[in-house]
Ligand binder design. Structure first.
Ligand code: BES
Ligand code: ZN
Length: 626
C-alpha cells in the first residue's frame, strides 16, 4: 500500500484553505467521461477516446455457461490517438472491426486483478468499434445456476455482479466508475425464460427469447447488469414493481409493498427520482451480496424476504443509490465512501421518515458496532480505515469495507449535527442536483463542502475536523453515537437472562429484528450449551426465518459448541451465498482446529453454490489460498 507522505497530508488540510485545489491528473472535463482523478483500476484510455454509447448484441447459453456476441461502441477519437484500449477479463476475442473493417488487435499482458487490455488500432476519425467475443470460464461477474440452485428448481439461471471491476469479464468495456455511456442491448435467451437488465425492462416473457433493452441515461460499467431465468413480474404501483421466480413472487410482492412509498419519501428528502421506474428483482439464494443498485432494477438477495418486512432497510439503501452512486458517482474506487457513506446516511433518513426516530437510532447503533468491528479487524491504525482509500495495485474487492459505509455515514451525521438538519438537507439536495450524472472525487467533495456549507467558518472546521475522518485512521474522537432508547431496554432484559432469569420470561413483545440483533450481539462470549438451549427453547433461533438473526445465532452456536443448531446451519450454508453471512460464520469456525475441519468440509461441499467472488474470498479464508 502506498502511504501518503506527511507533506501531502498537510496540503490536504483542505478546508482550512479558502478554495482547495481539487487534484486533477487529467484535465479533460468532457461531460460523458469526466476523469477527475486517476483511476488505477481501468486500463482503458477513455480519457483520450470518448465512448458515448454501447450497442450490445449477445446470446446467453445457459448450458455452455457462456455469453457470446458483439459489443458495438460509438467513439470519438478526440485526442487523435492511434489505439483504443478496453478492459477485458478472461475473455475470448473472436474479432474486432473499426467502422466495419476488421483490424488486427493486440491483447495486453494479464494483470491478475485487472485482466488484460484489448488494444484496438483506430484512425483519427473512427466512429465505431465492434468487438465480438465470448466470456471465459473464469468470468468473475457471472454466476451460472443449475435448476436445483434456484428457488423453484426448474430452470437454470444467470445473474451478474459487475461492481466493482467485474463488468469487464462479460463486456469488453472502459471499466471505471468515472466513464459513463448510454446503452442498448439485444439479448437472446432460451425460449420461455425472462431477461432483465439495468435498463427499460420487459414485464412479460418474450415468445422469441429475444429481448431489447435501452438505457438512455449514461451509466458507468459497474452498473451493467443482466439476470436470466424463470422470472415473473408483479406491479406495486405505477412506477414500482417486483420480479422473482414464480414460486416466491407473492411473498416478494408482500415484503416490498411499501416500496412506492419509499421512493416518494426519498424524493421528498433529496429531489426527484431521475430513472423512471424503480423495480426490484429477487434472485436465487446464491447471490453474493445483499443488494446491488443496478439502475431502474435493484438486484436483491432472497435473504431479505423475512416475511414481516423487517429487513427492507436494504431496499432503502439500494434505492438511495439512485442519488448517491448512480446519479453522483465516485470518481474512482478510492472514493468509494462517496457512494456508500452517503447512501447509508440517506438510507437511515428514509427509514427515520418511515419508521420513526427510535427505529433509525437502532440502525445507527448497529452500524456503529459494525464500524468498531471493521476497525478492529482491519487494524485501528491501518490506512484502509481512512475514508479516502489507496487501492493502487490491489483488487478493490480487498479494500472496500464497512469503513466506507459506517465511518462515511457517521461523518455526514456529524456534519448534520453541527450545521443543523435543515441546512444540511438543502446542501445535500443541491449536491445531488449540481453533480447529477457526473463523477466526483473526495477532494472535489471537500472543496464543494467548503464552498457551499462550511464557508471558511474556522470554529466549524475545527469542530468537524474532517481531515481526521478522510485522511486519518480509526474512529475519530468526535464520532457521533445514536441515542440508545430502545436498546437500553434490550440490554436490561439480557442482563436478567445473564443473572439466571428464564429467557421465556423476558419482556420481548414488539421487538423488531434490530432489537433481537442487539440482544444476541451483546451476549457474553462464554455462553454454555445449557444457556444456548434455554434461549433456543424460548425463541427458536435455530429455526429462525430471519437470515440476520439466524446467521448471528449460528456464529454463536459454533462459538458455544451448540451442536443442536448445526443441521440448520448446514442447510443455511448450503444455499445462502451472501458473503456478509458466510464470512463471519466460516470465520468463527476457523478459530479452533476441530471447527476448521468442519469449515473445510462444508465449504468444499457447497463451494459450487457460491458466486465466483464469494468463492475467491472463502478460498483465501478457509482453504488458505493466496
Ligand atoms: N453497491 C453495494 C454492493 C457492492 C459494493 C458490491 C462494493 C460490490 C462492491 C450495495 O449497495 C450494498 O452496499 N449492499 C449491501 C447492503 C446494504 C444494506 C449495506 C450488501 O450487499 O450487504
Ligand atoms: Zn451500497
Amino acid at each position: 500500500m502506498i502511504k501518503r507522505s506527511a507533506l501531502v497530508l498537510l496540503s490536504l488540510v483542505a478546508l482550512n484553505a479558502c478554495e482547495p485545489k481539487p487534484q486533477r491528473n487529467i484535465t479533460n472535463m468532457e461531460s460523458t467521461t469526466p476523469m477527475t482523478a486517476k483511476d488505477v483500476h481501468t486500463q482503458s484510455n477513455a480519457d483520450e477516446v470518448t465512448l458515448s454509447h454501447l450497442d450490445l448484441d449477445i446470446k446467453v447459453d445457459l448450458e455452455k455457461k457462456q455469453i457470446s456476441g458483439c459489443a458495438l461502441w460509438t467513439i470519438d477519437n478526440k485526442k487523435k490517438v492511434k489505439v483504443l484500449k478496453l478492459d477485458t477479463y478472461d475473455m475470448i476475442i473472436d474479432s474486432v472491426a473499426v467502422d466495419g473493417k476488421q483490424v488486427a488487435y493486440k491483447r495486453g499482458v494479464v494483470i491478475p486483478h485487472l485482466g488484460s487490455a484489448l488494444h484496438i488500432p483506430i484512425e483519427m476519425n473512427s466512429k465505431q468499434v465492434m468487438v465480438c467475443y465470448k466470456t471465459g470460464p473464469k468470468a468473475r461477474a457471472l454466476q451460472w445456476l443449475d435448476p436445483q440452485q434456484t428457488h423453484d428448481k426448474k430452470f437454470p439461471f444467470l445473474y451478474t455482479q459487475s461492481e466493482s471491476i467485474y463488468a469487464r469479464s462479460w463486456i469488453p468495456c472502459p471499466d471505471g466508475p468515472g466513464i459513463r455511456y448510454t446503452y442498448s442491448a439485444r439479448v437472446t435467451v432460451p425460449k420461455g425464460l425472462m431477461a432483465l437488465m439495468s435498463a427499460e425492462n420487459p414485464q412479460q416473457v418474450s415468445d422469441s427469447g429475444i429481448y431489447h433493452f435501452k438505457m438512455e441515461t449514461p451509466v458507468p460499467a459497474y452498473l451493467m447488469a443482466l439476470a436470466v431465468g424463470d422470472i415473473t413480474f408483479k406491479g406495486i404501483d405505477n412506477r414500482t414493481g417486483v420480479y422473482a421466480e414464480p414460486g416466491m413472487i407473492e411473498k416478494v410482492r408482500y415484503e416490498f409493498e411499501d416500496v412506492g412509498k419509499m421512493v416518494t419519501t426519498a424524493e421528498a428528502l433529496y429531489g426527484p427520482y431521475r430513472w423512471g421506474r424503480y423495480d426490484i428483482v429477487v434472485l436465487p439464494p446464491g447471490f453474493p451480496i445483499g443488494g446491488m443498485e443496478n439502475p431502474r432494477l435493484t438486484f436483491c438477495t432472497p435473504t431479505v424476504i423475512a416475511g414481516d418486512r423487517s429487513l427492507v432497510t436494504l431496499i432503502a439503501h439500494e434505492l438511495a443509490h439512485s442519488w448517491s452512486g448512480n446519479l453522483v458517482t465516485n470518481a474512482t474506487w478510492n472514493d468509494f465512501w462517496l457512494n456508500e457513506g452517503f447512501t447509508v446516511y440517506f438510507e437511515r433518513r428514509i427509514m427515520e421518515q418511515m419508521m420513526g426516530r427510535t427505529y433509525a437510532d437502532m440502525l445507527w447503533e448497529l452500524g456503529y458496532q459494525d464500524l468498531q468491528t471493521a476497525v478492529n479487524d482491519i487494524g485501528p491504525s491501518s490506512n484502509d480505515t481512512w475514508l479516502k482509500l489507496s487501492l493502487e495495485g490491489r483488487d478493490p474487492d480487498d479494500g472496500l469495507t464497512d469503513i466506507a459505509y459506517e465511518k462515511g455515514s457517521l461523518l455526514l451525521e456529524l456534519i448534520e449535527q453541527n450545521v443543523g438538519r435543515a441546512k444540511f438537507d438543502k446542501f445535500l439536495a443541491d449536491y445531488f442536483k449540481d453533480h447529477a450524472f457526473k463523477t466526483i472525487a473526495t477532494e472535489e467533495f471537500l472543496s464543494y463542502l467548503n464552498a457551499n456549507l462550511i464557508n471558511g467558518d474556522t470554529a466549524l472546521i475545527n469542530k468537524i475536523n474532517i481531515n481526521a475522518w478522510v485522511y486519518g485512521p480509526g474512529i475519530p474522537a468526535n464520532c457521533p453515537r445514536a441515542a440508545q432508547e430502545r436498546f437500553m431496554k434490550v440490554d436490561a432484559e439480557r442482563k436478567k437472562f445473564e443473572q439466571g432469569a428464564n429467557p421465556a420470561q423476558l419482556a420481548t413483545t414488539g421487538w423488531t429484528t434490530h432489537e433481537w440483533l442487539q440482544f444476541l450481539r451483546k451476549m457474553p462470549l462464554t455462553l454454555t450449551i445449557a444457556q444456548m438451549k434455554l434461549l433456543d427453547d424460548a425463541y427458536q433461533f435455530t429455526n429462525s426465518d430471519n437470515s440476520e438473526i439466524a446467521d448471528l445465532w449460528f456464529v454463536m452456536a459454533v462459538r458455544a459448541n451448540y451442536k443442536a443448531a448445526y443441521p440448520a446451519m448446514e442447510q443455511f450454508l448450503s444455499t445462502v451465498g451472501r458473503r456478509k453471512f458466510l464470512q463471519p460464520l466460516y470465520g468463527e469456525m476457523m478459530k479452533t482446529p476441530t471447527n476448521t475441519e468442519m469449515a473445510r468440509q462444508l465449504f468444499i461441499k457447497y463451494r459450487g453454490n457460491y458466486h465466483p467472488l464469494a468463492q475467491e474470498t472463502l478460498d483465501k479464508m478457509v482453504l488458505g489460498k493466496k
